[in-house]
Write a protein that binds this ligand. Structure first.
Ligand code: AMP
Length: 205
């Protein structure tokens, strides 16, 4: 967990590679649905462009489907979910139905001025989804695809996403802290490698 720009996607990817389990990113799933022009993609477009959250029921259906799909039996890393207390409670039910529970909640902490700076500089590959900064130039260092700004990284949308995080998502952390899931706070500032090491040390795996 963490606000937009905290590094959830980047660190989530590294963690899922290390643990050899899939990463379930609701943001990526929704962007894919939009790229493919599915009914779900069309439904969520307006919310995402405005920096608002997509309704809980849609998100919980999406997670339910992904947990059904093969590959999550040995565990998974979730990224960008749950973002509301209702989603966190819904997740408990989905996991209970499967005899599972969460091992840990990772909270990446980054000061707001750093988030705004990172999001303004973020470039994403239209082909492979690689996340990089403006120093990469026009083309993706991974696959050569075209690098673009993410459409919801515009300054006014960023402000809204940060407000939504404070109002809807920060309470989820409080909810986890009051419960019995282990919450691991990690300083998300510094380089990708520094954060990766800190996360590994704090998580102990
Ligand atoms: P992300 O890539 O995680 O920053 O998500 C991008 C956008 O997708 C968010 O600003 C929301 O509009 C939507 N979204 C992603 N995950 C969720 C979620 N768990 N609940 C509601 N909306 C979400």
């Amino acid at each position: 967990m963490g606000p937009p720009g905290a590094g959830k996607g980047t660190q989530g990817e590294l963690l899922s590679e290390r643990l050899r389990v899939p990463r379930l990113s609701t943001g990526d799933m929704l962007r894919e649905a939009r790229r493919e022009g599915t009914a779900l993609g069309r439904r969520v477009e307006g919310y995402m462009e405005a920096g608002e959250l997509v309704p809980d029921a849609l998100i919980l259906d999406l997670i339910d489907e992904r947990l059904e799909a093969a590959g999550t039996l040995d565990g998974f890393v979730m990224d960008g979910f749950p973002r509301t207390v209702a989603q966190a409670k819904g997740l408990v039910e989905l996991l209970e139905d499967r005899g599972e529970s969460l091992d840990a909640v990772v909270n990446l902490r980054v000061p707001e001025e750093e988030l705004v700076r990172r999001l303004g500089a973020r470039r994403v590959c239209a082909e492979c989804g690689e996340i990089t900064g403006p120093e990469a130039g026009r083309d993706c260092p991974e696959c050569g695809g075209r690098l673009r700004e993410r459409s919801d990284d515009r300054p006014e949308t960023v402000r809204r996403r940060l407000q939504v995080y404070e109002k809807e998502t920060r309470p989820v952390l409080r909810w986890y802290r009051e419960g019995d899931v282990r919450v691991v706070d990690v300083d998300g500032t510094g380089t990708v490698e520094e954060v990766r090491r800190r996360l590994r040390d704090r998580l102990g795996r």
